[in-house]
Design a protein around this ligand. Structure first.
Ligand code: HEC
Length: 118
């Protein structure tokens, strides 16, 4: 019984992570590659800047999702990237979805995961 419960909890965690991963890959990686900076800073760079400013997961998720909802150069953490690429366009994605995506970014070490991706 206990084992079954553990297995189901584990599957739910896996499912949630897959769902967030799909949202992230479907909405962000056309511009943000994971490790390479091309038309937008790599996810490694974005994540590093945000983790430095907000080591706490709740604050990280809250700040990032709010910012992406309405990109704004006054509250940007990445002035240099705006100079280089221009301000990120506003995407038609609701705040709840952006919170899922930001959680995925917080939880993912792009340096280690997804070997073989760009
Ligand atoms: C159409 C291209 C494009 C898409 C799609 C895109 N971004 Fe960006 N993003 C950019 C560019 C360009 C920058 C660098 C300029 C800037 O910071 O505004 C950027 C910067 C950022 C930053 C740094 C903001 C700061 O502090 O300046 C975050 C966080 C971010 N993107 C998250 C996301 C997430 C999450 C998604 C998917 C939901 C996403 N982006 C989708 C182009 C894009």
């Amino acid at each position: 019984m206990k084992i079954l419960l553990l297995i189901s909890l584990y599957s739910i965690t896996l499912l949630a992570n897959n769902y967030q991963s799909l949202l992230f890959h479907g909405n962000c990686t056309t511009c943000h590659f994971e490790t390479k900076t091309v038309s937008a800073p790599s996810m490694i760079m974005v994540r590093d800047s945000y983790i430095k400013a907000f080591p706490d997961k709740k604050e990280f998720v809250s700040y990032m999702s709010t910012w992406v909802h309405h990109p704004n150069k006054d509250t940007s953490l990445m002035d240099q990237s705006i100079k280089k690429h221009g301000l990120m366009p506003e995407l038609a994605i609701d705040l709840d979805t952006l919170r899922e995506i930001s959680t995925y970014i917080y939880n993912t070490d792009f340096k280690k995961s997804h070997k073989g991706h760009k």
